[in-house]
Design a protein around this ligand. Sequence first.
Ligand code: SAM
Ligand code: DTB
Ligand code: SF4
Length: 328
Amino acid sequence: MSEIRHDWRVSEIRAIHDLPLTELVYRAREIHRRYHDEDAVQLCSLLSVKTGGCTEDCGYCSQSIHHETPVKPEPLLKVDEVVAAAREAKEQGATRFCMGAAWREVKEGAAFDRVLEMVRQVRGLGLETCVTLGMLNDEQAARLAEAGLTAYNHNLDTSPQHYDRVVTTRRFSDRLETLDAIRDAGIRICSGGILGLGESVDDRCAMLATLAARDPHPESIPVNALVAIEGTPMAGRSPVDTVAMARMIATARIVCPTSMVRLSAGRQQMSEEGQLLCILAGANSIFFGERLLTTGNPGFEADKALLGKAGLKPLAPDPGAVGTSDAA
Ligand code: SAM
Ligand code: DTB
Ligand code: SF4
């Protein structure tokens, strides 16, 4: 039977998730070695190009107008500022650059035109280029594809059942529709979730089942640990257990063998050993640089030292993702 399946039952995923950690990690590594470089970790940098003032009410987010958080709304960055940050990330060793905007959805007009120009220029540096701009229609997805976008990030965040306890201003089905628009435009999908939103283990497995049901699987699955932000409804939650992160990552690796599984938000709250356990469990990417969107992340030097200590190397650029015609 093929290992690439789209008919995973939640109970099957749960059985894998609950294996003894040693066996779970062993199985994840077997799959990992078959489909991925054994000792390479992709370094991705992240930049908030439009911060705060978002009309959605996502319970975890510092950028929602529904919560009083320390984040001050800021206008859309200028193209040159973004390109300078992308160039710096590339010099440090990043091969992928992700730009986030605190929008409920993309709107036509000058702001979207500017984001398209950011995509063109970042892609022109020879970096994989990802954006996360909220909901999107077919025509907007096509324009992003034409600008050279590699991937679009749009997280499911949690299970369909738990979704309305986290966000009430949109539906889970809205998320799936945006994923369809991205796929139809030929853009790679980056979609994952967050641990620590009060979900059950079955919710985590149900989210993975929803991702795995997509054909093809999302090329990229970020696994975030909640960064509990002052002023949000999730403030004061206890930090996500590292072993729970490792279990989720290993399960994602087994259920979606070819996907990049990304150890995303929450690393600053983890020990070095905890982060390495997640990499051992099948994560092959980290966010690289001292900022995520509005919160901190270990800096370039700390991460180079961590990978060096573990004998891991930065993943080389993927010619399939950045093309060969770049004047990089
Ligand atoms: N507004 C767009 C959207 O929601 O799709 C893009 C930006 S949004 C900040 C990108 C993703 O970051 C969210 O889907 C969520 O998964 C993740 N995220 C946001 N705040 C977080 C937090 N405090 N802890 C962990 N992950 C978070
Ligand atoms: C993803 O899954 N995680 C990133 C990226 N995609 C856009 C965002 C993490 C945000 C963490 C909280 C913050 O910095 O505001
Ligand atoms: Fe934050 Fe994105 Fe939700 Fe807006 S849509 S509140 S930016 S996570």
